[in-house]
Design a protein around this ligand. Structure first.
Ligand SMILES: O=c1ccn([C@@H]2O[C@H](COP(=O)(O)O)[C@@H](O)[C@H]2O)c(=O)[nH]1
Length: 276
């Protein structure tokens, strides 16, 4: 999906919400365990209930790979279901890949040709030749980890060089030489609050994928205050806060309500920034 289409969807739906499809077989409602593929049954119900309120879905690979073949089948069926029934949704494989060039090339083939998602998260640690094999696919995106939402983000990402430039700033400035803001986004955790100002100093035009709202306690208002740009430039993800809003038979309806609440807040933020 091209940036113009993503931005049109954000404006039309008054939402920059990304719903995280992180189904844990131990947490999904008991009655779904009778289904032939419980993970897919769960995702399908969540998608149908939340699609009016979001513009993107982000399945995290861990939740599928941990189940072996059955998990991969659930992931493939989920992506196919989205493409056939909700073709306006931007699909992100949160896989955090990145390896030596020829290996990254095969990861890229797997996610962009076989699974055919719109974007994949990539770890920048191995440098340019580990990232560039994911680039050059028409309409596909690399989402590079920059400043993550977890406590451990401080261990390496904030290390300063002798001029006071931090590692995450190096990641962003260097990677902008490899790709345009129409093919590369950055992961920045919602828990980083006012650090979004520093991110925007080095990435004024890039879209940011922002996990950490909901279960991790990040503030949507702060993210928008410091991170929003004229075409929005944000995809804010919530996974557990939406998909586990209820553990009962009403789980999909409850997920829809949570997504709608976030959409309403996002709509107000888009309006106050004169984006819509
Ligand atoms: O910095 C990061 C990068 C990725 N994630 C992933 O996003 C979701 C967040 O889930 P919640 O349930 O809304 O906390 C999950 O898949 C993480 O692995 C992140 O949280 N932070």
């Amino acid at each position: 999906m091209k940036r113009t289409e993503l931005v049109e969807n954000i404006k039309r739906k008054e939402s920059f919400l990304c719903v995280g499809l992180d189904p844990d077989i131990k947490k999904i409602p008991q009655h779904l365990l009778r289904e032939e593929n419980p993970l897919f049954a769960f995702n399908k119900a969540i998608i149908d209930a939340t699609a009016p309120y979001c513009v993107a879905y982000k399945p995290n690979l861990a939740f599928y790979e941990s189940l072996g073949v059955e998990g991969w089948i659930a992931l493939e069926r989920t992506v196919k279901y989205l493409k056939e029934n909700h073709p306006d949704q931007f699909i992100i494989a949160d896989a955090k890949r990145g390896d030596i060039g020829n290996t990254s090339m095969l990861y890229a083939r797997s996610f962009f040709e076989h699974l055919d998602v719109d974007a994949i998260t990539v770890a920048p640690y191995m440098g340019e030749d580990s990232v560039t094999p994911f680039l050059g696919y028409e309409g596909k995106w690399v989402i590079l980890l920059a400043l993550t939402s977890n406590k451990g983000s401080h261990d390496f990402q904030l290390i300063e060089d002798k001029n006071g430039k931090r590692l995450f700033e190096h990641v962003i400035t260097t990677s902008q030489k490899w790709a345009t803001p129409d093919e590369m986004m950055y992961v920045v955790g919602a828990t980083q609050g006012s650090m979004f100002k520093d991110i925007r100093n080095v990435a004024p035009q890039s879209f940011l994928l922002v996990p950490g709202v909901g279960a991790q306690g990040g503030s949507l208002e702060e993210v928008a205050r410091y991170g929003m740009i004229p075409d929005c430039g944000l995809l804010v993800n919530s996974s557990r806060g939406i998909i586990y809003a209820s553990s009962g038979e009403d789980f999909a309806e409850a997920a829809g309500k949570e997504a709608e609440k976030l959409r309403d807040q996002m709509s107000a933020l888009l309006k106050s920034s004169h984006i819509i």
